[in-house]
Write a protein that binds this ligand. Structure first.
Ligand SMILES: Nc1ncnc2c1ncn2[C@@H]1O[C@H](COP(=O)(O)OP(=O)(O)OP(=O)(O)O)[C@@H](O)[C@H]1O
Length: 242
């Protein structure tokens, strides 16, 4: 098990946003984290990446607890946020160098991977550019390059499909597939349920901070056939009692 969220209760203050949330992501698996606005997806992710501390329950990544092995836990995770977070004073090249330093990567191997990714996302000629000169999608691509240079055990990708062009979406999905084949676990939060339905192996559906359902599309279709066949109908049925 690469990610194990167990009875997680937590949020931003003493009033919990997440209530007794449990789910897992295994090696080689892409799991879609599905929920309406405000359901608690980002809060869940913020707990997993260690920005928030659980009020109850625990989170293990690669069998490590953040409190017991902060460095090991953090190094096991590659995170691509919904809104790109780049340093305005660093060039693209310096962002890559910083990733190499932070994750203690072998410089030669890491740069080889970086060049492949930069080429894929057509950023090869922009190594000396600063974030201020990048479009939103280009900033997202920089985050993708820095994350996919790593050999992380767990990839957390927050809403990747908004802001990327169709070519970049296709390339990202191929990268995800490669990482899965190499044994990485991937948790992806998205509202684009048609793409999630086609690409994810399993789904974790949350509503008001609680787990509503989880399983493969076939399992969900089987269990909630009264709501419909596709992921969107099932989710809406589950949350609104259609
Ligand atoms: N920084 C914060 N401080 C206090 N409450 C917050 C904060 N961020 C989010 N919340 C609350 O936590 C709840 C869950 O929000 P969260 O951002 O996790 O939802 P989400 O599922 O990611 O939504 P969206 O699809 O809109 O991104 C909401 O009620 C929200 O108001």
């Amino acid at each position: 098990m690469v990610l194990n969220v167990s009875h997680l209760t937590g949020g931003y203050s003493l009033i919990p946003v997440l209530k007794d949330l449990s789910f897992e992501v295994q090696a080689g698996e892409l799991v879609g984290l599905i929920g309406l606005n405000g359901a608690g997806k980002s809060t869940t992710i913020n707990h997993i990446i260690g920005l928030l501390t659980p009020q109850a329950g625990e989170i293990k990544v690669d069998n490590l607890l953040l409190a017991e092995n902060m460095q090991g836990y953090r190094k096991a995770i590659a995170y691509i946020p919904e809104t790109p977070v780049l340093y305005p004073e660093l060039t693209l090249k310096e962002h890559i160098e910083m990733t190499i330093l932070a994750y203690e990567l072998d410089e030669k191997t890491a740069w080889e991977k970086a060049h492949e990714l930069l080429q894929l996302f057509r950023l090869e000629e922009r190594l000396d550019w600063f974030p201020a000169n990048f479009s939103k999608g280009m900033k997202q691509k920089v985050m993708i390059v820095c994350a996919f240079m790593l050999d992380a055990k767990l990839y957390i990708i927050d809403e990747p499909f908004v802001g990327l062009d169709p070519l970049a979406i296709r390339d990202l999905l191929q990268l995800i597939e490669q990482k899965k084949t190499q044994g990485a676990a991937i948790l992806m939060s998205t509202h684009v349920l048609s793409t999630a339905e086609q690409t994810c192996d399993r789904f974790v559906m949350i509503d008001q901070g609680q787990l509503k359902a989880s399983g493969t599309l076939a399992e969900l279709q089987n269990e909630y056939q009264t709501y419909g066949d596709n992921l969107a109908d099932i989710y809406l049925g589950l949350t609104q009692g259609a």
